[in-house]
Design a protein. Sequence first.
Length: 364
Amino acid sequence: MREYHVALMPGDGIGHEVCPEGVKVMAAAGDLLGFRIAYETFDWGCEYYLRHGEMMPADALQRLQPFAAIYFGAVGFPTVPDHISLHGLLLPIRQAFEQYANVRPSLLLPGVPCPLRDKQPGDIDFIVVRENTEGEYAGAGGRIHRGLPLELAVETSIFTREGVERVVRFAAELAMARPRKRLVNVTKSNAQRHSMVLWDEVFERVAAEFPALTTERVLVDAMAARFVLKPESLDVMVASNLFADILTDLGSAICGSMGLAPSANINPERKYPSLFEPVHGSAPDIAGRGTANPIAAIWSAAMMLEFLGEKPAADMVMDAIRAVTSAGSVLTPDLGGRARTSEVGDEVVAQLRGLVEGAGGSIA
Ligand code: GGG
């Protein structure tokens, strides 16, 4: 039997509620399709920080390095400043493990009410590739004269030629693998005349290597409007760390819920483990109630299965998710339902089993 070793990091808040559902679904897929995932769980996050004064131990990266992948929940806790938790846990992992391509799909699933008028399932089907190791999240800067009237803070965005080139190439290859083969470069190079002009130049040079691609350059503000006005025109986009983070929250909103947005933080060279997590945060307002939508985490698990080489299982999990949203009878409150987090996970598993039985027991 094929076996994969995965680091399980639920993190904070609803991470503890949605990750078990992803684990449950992956176990069921493994039983049906002949693979097994062995987990080691790490309790790093804000509660660890409150006990130890650090979000994860000093040797965390060495301990994570041997795993095939990392399955992550969420980070953030009301009594820990967000910049401490994000810069203490997720960002060091993304940066040290060169997870430079953050793949964030937006798909309008069947049965999910769309806040945009007249949109049908499939009308929204795009992927944002977010530069994930530098840009506005590089962490370069500082504060001086704290508390004084002349207090000053500097936060410098870092854009390197190599950093831009590798993420644009990844996005171009991803777009080439999709039927429409369309790639939009999203920047703000009219205002940011140094870093984003470099980005645009690199984009043009890399895109020229892919003559079959249709490319476009759109400013990020115009792209925000296009998400709402014409999302069906979008296929693959590539954008900086901050711009893509903002756009993808909008992407999940137009697809009906933050609870439906998955992501993969990929090190394409596979030199380091990649990390899979829902886009949503720890949601302290609903944490502990058992009502968080686990679909984003389950979909992120499907992305992990595909990355591990289990594409039939990944496809089957996606079909099961579609069956659950389409039926509409077991949905969490964010989608207008009354189901609990674990009931949605159980329903995805039931649909998985149904799909295999429907195929006469042989999907591989
Ligand atoms: N599961 C993702 C998560 O916890 N996100 C919290 C957050 O603030 N993320 C910012 C980011 O992804 O850069």
